[in-house]
Ligand binder design. Sequence first.
Ligand SMILES: Nc1nc2c(c(=O)[nH]1)N[C@H]1C(S)=C(S)[C@@H](COP(=O)(O)O)O[C@H]1N2
Ligand SMILES: [Mo]
Length: 257
Amino acid sequence: MRKPKKRLDLDETAIVGAALKSLPAPARRLFLRQTLTLGGLSLLSGCTLIDEDAAERALMKVSRFNDRVQAWLFDPNRLAPTYPESMLTRPFPFNAYYDRDEVPEVDADSYRLEVGGLVADKHAWTLAELYRLPQTDQVTRHICVEGWSAIGKWGGVTFATFLKRVGADLTAKYVGFKCADDYFTSIDMATALHAQTLLTFTYDGRTLPPEYGFPMKLRMPTKLGYKNPKHITAIFVTNVYPGGYWEDQGYNWFGGS
Ligand SMILES: Nc1nc2c(c(=O)[nH]1)N[C@H]1C(S)=C(S)[C@@H](COP(=O)(O)O)O[C@H]1N2
Ligand SMILES: [Mo]
């Protein structure tokens, strides 16, 4: 009897994908360069490849093409796995583009969340106002391209609820984020509206500690770690591609997990 083909579940797919993507950017570029002939690449990108710079630009174009394919494949109704609290990773790993002793200190009292772009209500939010929004929590796996994953419990408001509350144009393409460090990123509207995308203020039942993103982290179990901004200071809705800190250095923008 023939064995049925093994179907990968979402979580395994995520881990395999993360492992592939965990190759450092130069290695990935080399891999792509060796795999795609320059002719094939120029066909794909519609560019004439005369030098390294042009090749880089062409690869970026292919990556942006890949964004569109991933966006098309993304099923807004498909849920990422959730886990029992007994599976929480302790201690939860810290990661940022700097060391732990350089984590930004955000003052809770003077903090305001700026909201801009294609939204009806542009008022800046205090933390007290944000905490009054309906809160929920979930236990999900965070997957980092650097080759680790960990299960954590985050609590906050469903991002779709927040976007509707500020009168966001839900037909816009992107939601962008600015952070208290120099980090920034952006996501597609379908992911912004996904049921498991939360604007979180707590970690494991207590206020989000500074290293995990105080005062808030956008938590998306459907996206890789670098797409989950910590220390958010501004949220804007736009149709102009905003890029991101790692994305502008060659990480894939869609960054699905
Ligand atoms: N503001 C900010 N957000 C960020 C980062 C960062 O450097 N600054 N790093 C990203 C990356 S690559 C990862 S893996 C996660 C790490 O989150 P953690 O420290 O809670 O594990 O935060 C993401 N969000
Ligand atoms: Mo990461």
